[in-house]
Design a protein around this ligand. Structure first.
Ligand code: GTP
Ligand code: MG
Length: 342
């Protein structure tokens, strides 16, 4: 599995319609060596998915104690060094907070009606799109995979994309016509998408942990997980395993939230609303998304998709920090999602 991501990273470097600049404000964990932490210990932390100084400071100590080969004393020493490197900044001013919020990018969805409602898919934020099958969730993800690569002045994020596919529903051949719609080179756009297929929920978590290694090295702006819950539904069956499933899903969501904030990345998740055939297991109300309140608390923005009149689809804003319940109509085309014609 490690090799899966490694292989992808050996893909030819795509052209430079986005700027590959230094990633601002990210202090890599390697710097701890300058404060007396051994390279071997730094490597142990990296192998466990910690690539930046901030990722150490954002994690509960009990998680760091689980890093193979690091004693509690070593973890404490590492944290001391991390605090020194980060300048011991704990409180920031309201002005600094505003500055941080200004670095949030809103990536166009390809549909002006949706953008007019919510501004786009935001970085530093976890967005969940849930809905019944064939309502356009995967098509929205594919469109945003392309628009993320547009320059920021064109509503993009000028960055690369990481795509974790749990259902095998990603269609690379769908990307070319969307890229053409935006006058981008299909080959470049495809090469800027790093893809991994997850086969179990544990595998999905491992892949998410590995993304930090990618994000620390290059300007990524989008992480898609399509779908967040499908494998959990397979791996955890029945009421007896519900608590464990929710706990694992909660830990995954918390990790995703941290990644979004730490690397200024938009995390876009899809989720299903299918009713359980036995009608009693996970989903009491068939219009509810899988994962229930764990998902509701952990995602900042939640949208629901459904079929509309004719060929149209409707996106309903369920939860958003600055927008109330509202709806926009869209349509699925070869060039990705667009405004509905009428
Ligand atoms: P599940 O993953 O099954 O839950 O569904 P979903 O919500 O992800 O649906 P998806 O985004 O895959 O949308 C499926 C719809 O998009 C179908 O109605 C297809 O007809 C339509 N669609 C898929 N590809 C194309 C395309 O290339 N052109 C057009 N015009 N429509 C497409
Ligand atoms: Mg889908």
């Amino acid at each position: 599995m490690a090799t899966e991501i490694e292989q992808m990273r050996t893909l030819p470097e795509a052209g430079d319609h986005y700027a590959v600049e230094e990633i601002d404000g990210i202090e890599l964990i390697d710097k701890l060596a300058t404060l007396g932490i051994s390279a071997a210990d730094v490597k142990k932390a990296k192998d466990a998915g910690y690539h930046t100084v901030r990722s150490l400071l954002m994690s509960p100590k009990k998680h760091l104690w689980n890093i193979k080969g690091l004693s509690e004393a070593k973890v404490d020493k590492m944290l001391d060094a991390a605090r020194k490197l980060s300048g011991e900044v704990v409180f920031i001013t309201g002005g600094q907070l505003l500055e941080l919020k200004r670095s949030v990018l809103k990536i166009t969805t390809g549909c002006q009606a949706i953008d007019a409602l919510v501004g786009g898919i935001e970085t530093q934020c976890v967005t969940e799109v849930y809905g019944e099958f064939k309502t356009g969730k995967t098509q929205l993800c594919s469109t945003v995979c392309v628009t993320t690569q547009l320059p920021t002045e064109s509503g993009g994020g000028a960055g690369k994309v990481c795509y974790i596919d749990t259902e095998g529903s990603f269609r690379p051949e769908r990307i070319a016509p969307i890229a053409e719609r935006y006058a981008l080179s299909p080959d470049e756009v495809l090469n800027n998408i790093v893809y991994a297929r997850a086969h179990t929920s544990d595998n999905q978590m491992d892949l998410i942990n590995m993304t930090a290694g990618l994000f620390a090295e290059e300007p990524f702006r989008l992480l898609v997980i399509d779908s967040i819950s499908a494998l959990f539904r397979v791996d955890y069956v029945g009421r007896g395993e519900l608590a464990e499933r929710q706990q694992k899903l909660g830990a995954m969501m918390s990790k995703l939230k941290k990644l979004a904030e730490e690397y200024n990345i938009a995390v876009l998740l899809t989720n299903q609303v299918m009713a359980d055939p036995s009608g009693q297991m996970f989903v009491a109300d068939p219009k509810k998304h899988v994962g229930g309140h764990i998902m509701s608390h952990a995602s900042t923005c939640r949208f629901m998709t459904r079929k509309g009149k004719g060929d149209t689809r409707v996106l309903k804003v369920i939860q958003h920090p600055s927008v109330g319940e509202s709806e926009a109509v869209f349509q699925i085309t070869n060039g990705g999602i667009i405004d509905a014609e009428d």
